[in-house]
Design a binder for this molecule. Structure first.
Ligand SMILES: C[C@@](CO)(OP(=O)(O)O)[C@H](O)COP(=O)(O)OP(=O)(O)OC[C@H]1O[C@@H](n2ccc(N)nc2=O)[C@H](O)[C@@H]1O
Ligand SMILES: Nc1ncnc2c1ncn2[C@@H]1O[C@H](COP(=O)(O)OP(=O)(O)O)[C@@H](O)[C@H]1O
Length: 307
């Protein structure tokens, strides 16, 4: 008779990556963080996180770009697990298995999705009884994008990006994403943004997102395409000059609008339909404008248990 190793109970959670439809950045405060006004949209590129009861905390990462992900205590999923255990007073472990579907260091918050998914999964596995607000509070302590990965859909982020207000959206938006093999470091891009500002203060204008919000409410991709914007884009292009060619190729391929996502280097091209997104992705890869292009749609839900 063959013996089958028995494992403890398991919980699987899926969490989405994001694109910033607009990203307005102010001058850094005394803590070094930049005040933001951003509109996040969660898109259908997912991180899959499965946690299984165990005595110790362990981590494994597979999937897209897994070899680029740190496995030590800096990994955002492990940091999330430690933060949750401490907050809930839990003295238990878990095997955490991540399957990556969001590009690593791509400005699409894959690590933040792992942190959000781990919080939701371990909260269920350990039965911590924390409220949603308490989980959101823990999320904000882990990184500026983590609360949005919990929340999902489309939302305006202010402060560091952690204070969220849901946005009204009609319909579905289709995207082609041009990926770059080498990522960009978020702190490096913010630093370059400050260098470009040359000490001049950047004021945040709360009215600047009127066009984005109107396009979302109307479900109008052509209008949204015109309204996409990112204050970090020039800094990202400075650090990765080949991005200028990728942005041009996406525009030539017929995108309704083109923008670098977050701190980059992923380039997001908005399409009229799924078919149109496939055509843009094919044109960008055929022209060697990027290493790889993938299609996705949004908005989608935040970190959720997979039944
Ligand atoms: C730029 C954005 C836009 O959504 O996304 P990504 O491109 O990383 O996906 C986010 O603000 C990134 O969020 P996240 O990647 O969670 O950043 P954090 O871990 O909180 O911070 C990393 C570093 O980025 C800088 N940082 C981050 C957020 C912010 N509002 N101001 C900053 O100056 C700081 O140097 C900080 O030490
Ligand atoms: N679980 C994780 N997945 C991916 N990257 C992680 C993770 N934990 C920590 N990191 C580190 O965070 C950096 C940025 O992560 P990521 O969320 O993929 O990109 P971005 O911040 O550009 O959206 C990576 O380069 C990596 O060193």
């Amino acid at each position: 008779m063959s013996s089958v190793a028995t494992r403890g109970p398991a919980v699987r959670v899926r969490a989405p990556g994001k694109v910033n439809l607009s990203l307005h950045v102010g001058s850094p405060g005394p803590d070094g963080y930049h005040p933001l006004i951003t509109v996040f949209q969660a898109v259908s590129l997912y991180e899959d996180v499965t946690v299984t009861a165990a005595d110790e905390l362990t981590l494994s990462v597979t999937g897209h770009g897994a070899e680029l992900v740190p496995l030590d205590g800096t990994n955002l999923a492990l940091r999330a697990a430690h933060a949750l255990a401490e907050r809930a007073g839990v003295d238990r472990g878990a095997d955490i298995e991540i399957v990556k579907g969001v590009p690593v260091a791509g400005g699409m918050a894959g690590g933040s999705a792992d942190a959000a998914a781990t919080l939701v999964a371990l909260d269920a596995l350990w039965g911590t009884g924390l409220t949603r607000d308490e989980l959101t509070d823990l999320a904000a302590g882990l990184g500026s994008d983590v609360p949005f990965a919990l929340h999902g859909h489309t939302a305006v982020g202010t402060g560091r990006g952690t204070a969220l207000t849901p946005a009204m959206v009609r319909g579905e938006f289709h995207w082609a994403f041009a990926l770059r093999a080498e990522g960009l470091s978020t702190p490096d891009v913010f630093r370059r943004f400050d260098e470009r500002a040359g000490g001049l203060a950047h004021e945040l204008d709360v009215e600047t997102d009127t066009d984005v919000m109107a396009a979302l409410r109307a479900g109008d991709p052509a209008r949204l395409g015109q309204a996409l914007s990112n204050d970090l884009q020039d800094a990202a292009v400075d650090l990765a000059p080949d991005l200028a060619g990728t942005l041009d190729a996406a525009t030539s391929a017929g995108a309704l609008g083109v923008v670098v996502s977050g701190s980059g280097p992923t380039v997001a091209a908005l399409a009229r339909s799924h078919q149109h997104a496939l055509a843009i992705a094919a044109a960008m890869t055929a022209e060697d404008a990027c290493e790889q292009a993938v299609c996705a749609s949004g908005p989608v839900a935040g970190a959720r248990i997979v039944p």
